[in-house]
Design a protein around this ligand. Structure first.
Ligand code: ADP
Ligand code: MG
Length: 350
């Protein structure tokens, strides 16, 4: 593109050119007919033609732009949902249209990338899901077959196999619960029912439920005893899910003889709840990604531990739906501390 002429400039310059040209033509005719004394006529003709052609050219350009550029805008704004366009002949409309089209194209590319990402998420999701469900299902099938093939008559074997089958059913149930939470979060159907909850008591309850799992992994779960009660405003089922996810993670990614401590801090309007472990820790580059759905630092290990990579993204959503913040700090080989805030319950309310 050579210059940044506006449509008005183009009309003005062309008409001046026509005006000057016709003035010269008239002068030549006058000269040929030996009536150069009437030279003023050439000026008048020049000015009149200049003005006339300006009017004609200006309108022609305006019509042309109106037709062609508006069609272009209509096409892109049909998708973009833009407003009505008014053409300003004092602006470089072609350049502006060019910019708008580029902007629109960038938006399209972004949208396509987003769709691609979602699509690959969906494919990953189905792949993960199939795998996660297949493993425990095959295990259950194996235990039942062994029982049918005679194991059922041996009292020692039948108990062992039944309890192994039950563990696998637990794993499937927790996966389905995670999926249910994710789909509720995605459809915006997560209902938070706020109550006054003694967060120390709730944490102890959740830790007790995980007692067996913690003992199996040889990790000690400790809830810090407090003199005072820490009453928060939350949905006990949802926050129970948060605590359970964080504690299970501290067990799964903990070390032999490890210890996880849950502590509470009074922050004025909020209570800060901290789940600190002395486990394997998380690398800085992974820390940025752990809240992503299906993200697992070590896929083989987590799969073995039964994780689907959904836990922390659910945790983050629940904490944020309560108006709180979730933080993590971690050092590889030393341990990880997750913390989140909850609003204090108003005093006197139970
Ligand atoms: N306390 C922790 N210590 C070390 N790594 C952790 C901890 N919590 C989470 N992670 C890492 O973050 C990943 C995502 O966690 P999460 O969303 O709960 O998925 P899952 O536990 O199902 O794998 C885990 O796979 C693990 O690699
Ligand atoms: Mg987890």
């Amino acid at each position: 593109m050579s210059s940044e002429r506006t449509p008005k400039d183009v009309a003005r310059q062309s008409s001046v050119f026509i005006g000057v040209l016709s003035s010269v033509a008239v002068l030549i005719v006058l000269r040929l007919s030996n009536s150069l004394n009437l030279w003023t006529i050439s000026i008048i003709v020049g000015v009149v033609l200049e003005e006339l052609s300006y009017f004609v050219i200006y309108n022609a350009i305006e019509k042309y732009i109106d037709h062609r550029i508006k069609i272009l805008y209509k096409t892109i704004s049909k998708v973009k949902g833009g407003g009505d366009l008014t053409i300003n002949m004092d602006e470089d409309v072609v350049e502006l249209a060019n910019q708008d089209v580029m902007e629109w194209a960038d938006g399209q590319i972004e949208e396509i990338n987003l769709l691609r990402e979602t699509d690959s998420f969906r494919k990953d999701f189905i792949g993960n899901l199939a795998h996660e469900l297949k493993t425990p299902l095959f295990n259950i099938q194996g235990f039942i077959l062994s029982l049918l093939e005679g194991g059922v008559d041996d009292p020692e074997i039948n108990r062992k196999f039944l309890s192994k089958a039950e563990k696998n059913i637990d794993r499937m149930t927790s996966l389905l619960e995670d999926l249910d939470s994710i789909s509720k979060i995605e459809s915006g159907a997560m209902n938070i029912e706020l109550e006054t909850v003694d967060i120390t008591e709730l944490s102890s309850e959740i830790a007790e439920n995980l007692d067996r799992q913690a003992k199996d992994a040889n990790v000690q779960l400790k809830i810090q005893e407090e003199e005072e009660k820490f009453n928060v405003l939350c949905d006990p089922n949802k926050i129970g899910q948060v605590l359970s996810n964080l504690l299970v993670n501290s067990i799964n990614y903990g070390v032999e003889n490890g210890k996880t401590v849950v502590r509470f801090y009074d922050m004025g309007d909020n209570i800060l709840i901290e789940v600190a472990d002395d486990g394997i820790g998380i690398k800085d580059e992974d820390l940025l990604r752990i809240y992503e759905r299906f993200y697992r630092v070590d896929k083989s290990r987590s799969r073995h531990a039964g994780g689907s990579g959904l836990g922390l993204s659910i945790v983050k959503h629940i904490v944020e739906a309560h108006g709180g913040n979730l933080h993590v700090r971690s050092t590889l080989g030393t341990g990880t501390t997750f913390s989140f805030t909850l609003q204090k319950a108003p005093i006197g309310k139970t």
